[in-house]
Each structure stands twice: as C-alpha cells, then as structure tokens.
Write a protein that binds this ligand. Sequence first.
Ligand code: GUN
Length: 282
Amino acid sequence: MPLRIDGKVISAQIKEELKEKVTDLKVSRGISICLAVIQVGNDPASSVYVGNKKKACAYIGIDSRSYELAQETTQEDLLQLIDELNHDEKVDGILVQLPLPGQIDEDTVIRAIDPAKDVDGFHPQSVGALCIGQPGFVSCTPAGIIQLLKRSGIQIAGKECVVVGRSNIVGKPMALLLLRENATVTVAHSKTEKLQEVTRRADILVVAVGKPKMITREYVKEGAVVIDVGIHRNEAGKLCGDVDYEDVAPVCSAITPVPGGVGPMTIAMLMNNCVEAGIAGN
Ligand code: GUN
C-alpha cells in the first residue's frame, strides 16, 4: 500500500514548532503577535473555520481579535474597519473570512488589506511577489501542500507536477510554488482536452477541482504521489475528496486522505504566516 501522508501529524508538528517560536519571541524579545479575524454574517461553515482559526491562535500563543459583523454590513464600513486595523500597530495579521455577502466586492476588500498584514496571501501584491520570486505571504493551502511533500521526504525538483484546478486560492499559487521548487509544472482545468493523458504524466498530481471522487486510477500514473485538496460531504454525512481514495491508493506511491490530509495544513500555515508577520513588524 502507498504512504498515507498524514496531515494531522505534520500540522501538529508545525504547530508545536510555532508554539515554541512564539514563546521564545515573548520571553526573549517581548514580542506578542496578534491576528484580527473578520467575519461578515454568520454562514455556518465560515463560523466553524473562524472558530478553528481562533482555537489554533490560542494554542500557539497568538492573540486573536474577533470582529463579527452583521450580514447587512456595507462595503464602506468593512473598508473603514480594515483601514483602522492596517494602522493599528498591535495588529500583525488581518484575515477577512470569505465568502462575503453580495453587497461587498471581495477583490476590493482583499486589495484594501495592507500587504504586510495579508496573512491569507490573497492580495495582488502577495500573488505578484510569489510570481516573480520575491518575499511575500503565500496562500495557506498550497504552502501547506509543499510542507506535506517536503516533510514526507518527497522530492519536488525536476519532477513532472500536474495541478488540476486554476483557482486564485489553490491552483494558481500551487503551480507557482511547485515552479519555485524547480518542478516542471502543468496546470489543467475543466476545459483541458484529454485530461487523463495529461494527469497520467504526473509524478506529483495535485487535485483541486471541487468534484467528489472525480479522479480514479485511470487518471494516475503507477507510482505517482497524489495530493487531494477537495472536501465534500455525501448524503450519509461521510467526507470524501476529489480523488477516489480506495480506487487510486493501490496504484500510487503516496496519497493524502480526506479528511486528515491537506485540510489541517491550511490553518498551520496561516499560523506560520502570522508568526512571520509578527517578526517582520516588530
Ligand atoms: N474561506 C475559505 N477558505 C478561506 C481561507 O483560506 N481564507 C479566508 N479568508 N477565507 C476562506
């Protein structure tokens, strides 16, 4: 059977390392780190994500400030809050939970966050910096996938990597990060012709398409590493990914499960970005 890449174990390691770092920053340099988390409305899934982010902050020793705004909040009011937080010296990172209600333009809000506090890595300046190999915050899910690969001893340099999906949050930054690690990268998407031929070239296949169990063994080269970013719940309440795990596992050399693969890494990397923001800003 393949190596089962355990995101729970690897994210726990990262959080322990960060906890030590945060303690050391407090004790030796008197630095405390603060993340401001903004949620507009009370979408249940967003509330769970925001709750988990605040819990992770508490565990690591990062202060979190919570802004729970009404569903009807205007864009102007949200931009005003972001402006205040941009200028608040005590705040190191600003996170606006997405999606936002329809009256608010997400791109405008993301652009309003000071790139020095953009711990989600969504600001065009952060994405541009990644694109041209300059320092900046990197989107947490793809950054977490690089950590999963590295900490599992999987070589990236020189390998054929295929990313299925081209979202701004996962697919595009994933491709740029793999390129930065000296992989040969192909980005496939819903309009790609002969998708199976393309994905079967991959030594490392990253799937972020948002379709339950779409990737079966016909898409996978023997011995490939398969990373599944998808998360879906079926009628029975059971979680599954974009990859049909049972079908694909026997043909690959390593694979991430759902749940417990990529998912836990996103918050660990958010915490990492907060610590970096805190160090850079003090
Ligand atoms: N909504 C779903 N995922 C994310 C994320 O990583 N960051 C933010 N801000 N919102 C999200």
